[in-house]
Design a binder for this molecule. Structure first.
Ligand code: NAP
Length: 257
């Protein structure tokens, strides 16, 4: 498999380049990032500014870790050049997803896989929380991230709550009558599920889902300790994107869950 990485000079892009180079069945043939021109992605492969490097090198699959606006434009370009796209860039809105769905028709030959979280453990955590939801009446989500994260709550916490809310309509009401410190109960997310965002120096990306019912509770926790946590999921997406024409959102289908 011949792969090009877009955003190759970024934190995630550089990690993906190294993971691709380390995989026996995948070859890194192009590295694109205007911010990295003049540097190498791996010995012998220069980072260039232009997407044309993908076609020039015969890339079959492009992996994008850039920004939400750029990722959509890049993927549409890939569709026009018959290159499968794997997108890890977060923050792609409904309009962006609609553009991707249009560019990658399911009746076509080219696939696009967008996953807001490539950590396989985090994907499983969301699925486990969804499965457990009908059996518990109360739930709270605590997400914990490094102290440079600008947004709260995390997209993963919000998606977890959305899926839990859809999996059960039996959530108990919040009993809180008096709030002494504003925000003490966190934010009320989908289904009234409370989400608490912790920002702490030294952390990376972590989440706990707490579920409670009479006499018992269940805690589901996932921890990403560094960017390596995303690489098995990225490699899985690279290996499977060509088998799924059209737009696929999330890693679940590739994992068979
Ligand atoms: P980063 O270090 O800022 O890297 C992004 C790189 O892409 C930068 O070098 C940027 O250059 C470059 N870029 C911007 N527009 C481009 C374009 N049109 N063509 C080519 N390159 C372009 O950010 P990061 O930490 O690697 O994160 C990248 C994205 O991955 C974010 O959206 C982040 O939320 C997401 N992410 C996803 C996962 C997941 O599991 N799905 C995990 C971690 C992070 P400039 O600096 O010049 O803009």
């Amino acid at each position: 498999m011949r792969v090009g990485v877009i955003g190759a000079a970024g934190r995630m892009g550089a990690t993906v380049c190294a993971a691709v180079v380390g995989a026996d069945d995948i070859e890194l043939v192009a590295a694109v990032d205007p911010a990295g021109v003049g540097r190498t992605a791996t010995p012998g492969l220069e980072i260039v500014a232009d997407l044309d490097a993908l076609t020039a090198a015969g890339a079959e699959i492009a992996v994008d870790f850039t920004g939400p606006g750029a990722a959509t434009v890049n993927a549409v370009w890939c569709a026009e050049h018959a290159i499968h796209a794997v997108i890890g860039t977060t923050g792609i809105d409904e309009a962006g997803l609609a553009a991707l769905s249009h560019a990658f028709p399911s009746a076509g030959r080219i696939g696009c896989l967008v996953a807001p979280n490539f950590a396989i453990g985090a994907v499983l955590m969301m699925r486990f929380a969804e499965l457990a939801s009908p059996w518990f009446e109360t739930a709270e989500i605590i997400e914990l991230h490094h102290d440079a994260k600008a947004d709260a709550p995390s997209g993963t916490a919000l998606l977890t709550a959305t899926r839990m809310a859809a999996a059960s309509d039996g959530w108990g009401a919040d009993p809180t009558q008096v709030v002494v410190v504003p925000g003490a109960r966190g934010g009320s997310g989908p289904g009234g599920i409370h989400i608490h965002s912790v920002r702490l120096r030294g952390l990376v990306a972590h989440q706990e889902v707490l579920l409670g019912t009479s006499g018992q509770s269940l805690t589901i926790r996932h921890d990403s300790y560094d960017r390596q946590s995303f690489m098995p999921g990225v490699l899985l997406a690279i290996r499977s994107v060509g088998q799924r024409p059209g737009l696929t959102v999330g890693l679940e289908a590739a994992l068979g869950i």
